[in-house]
Design a protein around this ligand. Structure first.
Ligand code: AMP
Ligand code: ZN
Length: 135
């Protein structure tokens, strides 16, 4: 993809702080970290979002996420790890090349990876169960 910044970073055309690299992925440090060590897993092949990711590649991304999370726990002594993956502007996606955020968490860090819980009503439950058909 021409003009895709994450394609250029993933291929090495633009230098980055790389934590890990293999045939399919590059894992870099986020330039605007939520916490110390915030990293991004970038596939080397362009996909705009999760729907465009081939299943096998997506599975390998999950394996890389596990490796990175374990290494963060060991190397940074973090207390927890969030794995976040945004799809679409409404979900907060700002770079339209699939990526997974791996965010080390430290007790009391106040990073904003959270929401205010609502309430699942019976009406809402019925509507959703009828509308969402997972194939
Ligand atoms: P999202 O909002 O899920 O699309 O996440 C995009 C992330 O990419 C943000 O956390 C940015 O801080 C990060 N980001 C944008 N440009 C760069 C870059 N050139 N190098 C590293 N991280 C970047
Ligand atoms: Zn791209």
């Amino acid at each position: 993809m021409e003009n895709c910044i994450f394609c250029k970073i993933a291929s090495g055309e633009i230098p980055s702080a790389t934590l890990y690299e293999d045939e399919d992925f590059r894992v870099i440090l986020d330039l605007g970290p939520a916490t110390k060590g915030h990293a991004l897993i970038l596939p080397k092949k362009h996909a705009a979002n999760i729907a465009e990711m081939p299943d096998d590649l997506l599975g390998r991304a999950a394996s890389v996420a596990k490796k990175v999370a374990v290494a963060m726990k060991e190397g940074l002594s973090c207390d927890g790890v969030n794995i976040v993956q945004n799809n679409g502007e409404a979900a907060g996606q700002t770079v339209f090349h699939f990526h997974m955020h791996i965010i080390p968490r430290y007790n009391g860090d106040n990073a904003g990876v959270t929401w205010t819980p609502g309430k699942l009503t019976d009406e809402m439950k019925e509507e959703i169960l009828n509308a969402v058909k997972v194939k």
